[in-house]
Each structure stands twice: as structure tokens, then as C-alpha cells.
Design a binder for this molecule. Structure first.
Ligand code: IMP
Length: 458
């Protein structure tokens, strides 16, 4: 029988975190690299200090792994606060929701003893990912790839994220979660949308010699009707809810999905996802005004990983890269794809920290580095023989930069059993100090393993 994760509220991590001082009532946790920094672990533990946990961007492309005792929870759409029985979890308006995905996640969590009811609320303004979005994702990638003669693909997760956000911007072809509550109107609307989609996708597919099975509007409507039944009780005006919560002094934690360098405006465009994953997305994606969030905790993995296409200056194609991948279990939570691995890129992290107004760093992945004899960190980029003054906007430039490395000694011994910063091996402390000096933000938390009790508070 599943052990209830509620027992974890009494674990040692809770008392550790009592020592963490936050500036304001509301905080955010954001990945400072290309994702998979270990945000879920930090969020899960920090939720104990907050009344609400809010997702504001992304969709089922995100994967947050949380380990409680021996139990591993892979969360995609449900906020990590669901594992804290006292937190209200809000999926904000900026998220794109695949109802099928969130329902199977809810079911999986319930089977493992997690209680889900009024503690999970979904914005009526969030957009719905529909089956044709996933087909559109695949057809577009294939078409573009063929058009480019096999050029570099974005490598989407295939979850329909980009097409759903594109429909949001197009407006006429979009469906919001609130519309699942007005089925007669939705049935009518879907007839038109599905007709348009069939024309568009059919033409795209035939132009590129791809197979395409037209969608049946009535079948999609029937699916929506079932989702309405199953999710209806969770859908509500979360904008009003969050405004009221703030007015009544409740504390809110914002959980960023994906990561800063995948931000659609500020990341390594076009090799990004389709939402604002930096802290800049919080405001539009949850309806909380700027300036209210006093603590922006940037999660930085002490090496780099990336899934999918796009530039990654510090990528390692050698045995060290493979060792990091194996030791760090660097395989996608959402797609299972092996992640590209490399040294810590502080130029990219400093850019992400500035962009997000990061007030404190949570350092993860230290235990993965512990087995390496010598470590490198990237402290500059050289492009065509010159030092670049900043993080370039052009992915083609970033692709060609040569990283400037600083070498640091290996940690010399494992870190997994350390219970305080002071117990970390000297070289690990030096490494952390170099990170904060370069980025200009203090390291306030460090993870020496994936368990709740392996988070050290400075
Ligand atoms: P999409 O979000 O599925 O369109 O994927 C766009 C790009 O972002 C691909 O390279 C994905 O691998 C990457 N990506 C999206 N979400 C995540 C994430 O949560 N972690 C890591 N990479 C992601």
C-alpha cells in the first residue's frame, strides 16, 4: 500500500527550512538554465511555508520530479504543492492544459494516496490543449525539418504546447478551460474550429507527403463533455481567488515550469518553449501584479543539461558528459530522452538571474559533480576571436561561441551525507562561492541529493 506523502511534513527538511528567511509574503521558484534543474524538489519542501502554490506557465511539457521517502512523483501539470496537504494548488491562466494529461496525473496521484479535491484549482482563463494541437506539433516539426533539408529541429516534446499558445494568440481558434462549463456553446464553436484545423493541417500534411486523419468535431466535443464532468469542480476564476488570497494575507509560492533560457521572449529563441518561463511570466500568467513577489529563488544545477535542439556552449560530447548524464540520471521526466550534459555555464546563469530578478540561488546537482577529479565553469564567451560582453540574442551566435573556462578542483569526497554548508568539502564551498561571486546573487540553499532532507539551508 502507498505511504501517504503527508507524513513527509514532519521530516527533517521542515526544521531545516525554518532557518530560511524570506523577504516578503510571496516567492517564486524558477529554473535558471534550460530546465530540469530540480525545481520540484525545492518547491515541494518550500510549499510548507506557503498557503498557495501557483503554476503560471507551460503545460504538460514540464516534468517536476519529487522524491518523498522511497516514492518518486513525476508531476507535469499539477503544482508540486499537491504533496503538501495544507496547500491550495492553482493552475494559472498562463498554463496550457491537456485535460487528458492532468486527469491521468490526478488519477496516478490518488492511487498513491494523495488527496485531491478543492485543493486543486484550474483557471477558467487557461487554454485547453486539444488533440489536433499535438498533431500540429508533429506535422510542423516534420515539415520544417524537410524544408530545411534536415536542419536543426526545435525538438518539441510533442505535447501540443506551441500550437495551443499560437491559438491563444490567434484567439478565434482557441478554447479556454472556462468554456468546458458551457457545453452547448462549445459544441457549436468546435464545429468551426475543427473544420478550420482540418483544412490547415490536411493541406500541410499533403504538401509534405505526411499522413493525416481529419478530426471529428463531435468526437472532440464528446471528449470535452467528459472532461467537463471530471474537471468541472476544479475550474474557477483563479484571478479573483489570488487577489482575495493576497488581500487576506495568504502567502503564495509561484512555481515556474520549464526554465529561463527556454523563455519565448528572452531564451535561446527559436529553441525555446512558447511561454514566458522566467519570472516575467508570473504577472501575466497568474494575474498577480509585478513587484508583489519579494523572493525569486533561482534554481541552478551546478552543471548544465538541455533536452531537444538549440545552442548549449558548454555541452560535453566526451566521457565526462556521459558520466554526468549517468550519475545525474539525466533522462527526460516527460519524454525519457537522454539530456545533453556539460559544465556549468555562468554567463547563461547570470543572464537568467538578471532577467528574473533572482534574489537567492538554490544550488542543485552537487552530488553529481562529487565524483569528478576536476571541474570547469564557463565565465565568458569568445566569438570570432573577441569576448562577448553579454548573452547573445542570436542562437546562431551562441552556437558558435567558444566558452572561456575556469578550472576548479574536484570536491574530493561525496557530499550526499553533509547536513550543513559547513560540512561540505572545502572545494565544494569554494565552487559555491565562485558561483555567487560571478552571478552576484547569494546561494541560499544547496541540494546534496534528491531527498527532502538533503536540502541544506545556508
Ligand atoms: P515544447 O515546449 O514542447 O514546444 O518544446 C520546445 C523546446 O523546449 C524543446 O527543446 C523541449 O525539449 C524544451 N522543453 C520544454 N519544456 C521543457 C522542460 O520542462 N525541461 C526541459 N526542456 C524543455
Amino acid at each position: 500500500m502507498a505511504t501517504s506523502p503527508t507524513a513527509a511534513t514532519a521530516d527533517p527538511a521542515a526544521s531545516n527550512l525554518d532557518r530560511l528567511t524570506l523577504r516578503g509574503s510571496h516567492a517564486a521558484i524558477i529554473g535558471m538554465q534550460w530546465g530540469d534543474e530540480g525545481k520540484g524538489q525545492i518547491t515541494d519542501v518550500l510549499t510548507q511555508k506557503f498557503d498557495l502554490v501557483v503554476r503560471y506557465n507551460g503545460g504538460a511539457n514540464a516534468g517536476h520530479t519529487v522524491l518523498i521517502g522511497e516514492q518518486k512523483f513525476a508531476l507535469h501539470l499539477v503544482p508540486s504543492g499537491i504533496l503538501n496537504p495544507k496547500a491550495i494548488n492553482v493552475v494559472g491562466n498562463g498554463v496550457v492544459i491537456d485535460p487528458e494529461a492532468i486527469l491521468s496525473e490526478i488519477q496516478g496521484l490518488r492511487e498513491r494516496g494523495v488527496v485531491i479535491g478543492p485543493n486543486l484549482l484550474i483557471s477558467d482563463r487557461a487554454h485547453v490543449v486539444l488533440p489536433y494541437h499535438k498533431v500540429q506539433d508533429r506535422l510542423l516539426e516534420q515539415a520544417l525539418n524537410q524544408g530545411r533539408g534536415g536542419g536543426e529541429m526545435i525538438g518539441t516534446t510533442g505535447r501540443g504546447i506551441g500550437p495551443c499558445y499560437a491559438d491563444k494568440a490567434l484567439r478565434g481558434t482557441a478554447v479556454r478551460m472556462g468554456e468546458l462549463l458551457d457545453l452547448p456553446a462549445l459544441r457549436d464553436k468546435l464545429r468551426h474550429i475543427v473544420d478550420v484545423k482540418n483544412h490547415m493541417l490536411g493541406a500541410l500534411a499533403s504538401g509534405y507527403g505526411q499522413a493525416f486523419e481529419p478530426f471529428d468535431a463531435e468526437a472532440i466535443y464528446q471528449q470535452c463533455a467528459a472532461w467537463s464532468q471530471q474537471l468541472g469542480a476544479h475550474i474557477r476564476d483563479t484571478t479573483d481567488l489570488l487577489h482575495n488570497a493576497m488581500e487576506s494575507g495568504k502567502r503564495i509560492l509561484f512555481e515556474g515550469a520549464n526554465a529561463c533560457l527556454l523563455d519565448v521572449d528572452h531564451g535561446t529563441y527559436p529553441f525555446v518553449t512558447s511561454s514566458n518561463c522566467s519570472s516575467l511570466g508570473i504577472y501575466a500568467g497568474s494575474a498577480v501584479p509585478g513587484g508583489r513577489v519579494g523572493d525569486i529563488i533561482g534554481v541552478v544545477k551546478m552543471y548544465t543539461s538541455r533536452v531537444g535542439g538549440g545552442p548549449m556552449p558548454t555541452e560535453l560530447h566526451d566521457a565526462t558528459g556521459e558520466q554526468i548524464r549517468q550519475t545525474g540520471h539525466e533522462f527526460g521526466t516527460t519524454t525519457g530522452r537522454p539530456r545533453r550534459c556539460g559544465w556549468l555555464d555562468l554567463v547563461a546563469v547570470r543572464y537568467a538571474a538578471r532577467l528574473s530578478g533572482c534574489t537567492g540561488i538554490a544550488a542543485t546537482g552537487l552530488s553529481v559533480l562529487a565524483g569528478l577529479p576536476e571541474l570547469k565553469i564557463c565565465v565568458g564567451y569568445r566569438y570570432k576571436g573577441r569576448d562577448l560582453p553579454s548573452f547573445p540574442a542570436d542562437a546562431n551566435v551562441l552556437k558558435q561561441v567558444e566558452p572561456v573556462y575556469e578550472a576548479l578542483p574536484g570536491f574530493g569526497r561525496p557530499v550526499a551525507e553533509c547536513t550543513s554548508f559547513g560540512e561540505l568539502p572545502g572545494p565544494a564551498q569554494t565552487y559555491i562561492k565562485r558561483v555567487e561571486a560571478f552571478v552576484g546573487v547569494p546561494v541560499i540553499l544547496a541540494c546534496v541529493g534528491r531527498r527532502r532532507d538533503q536540502i541544506l539551508v545556508r
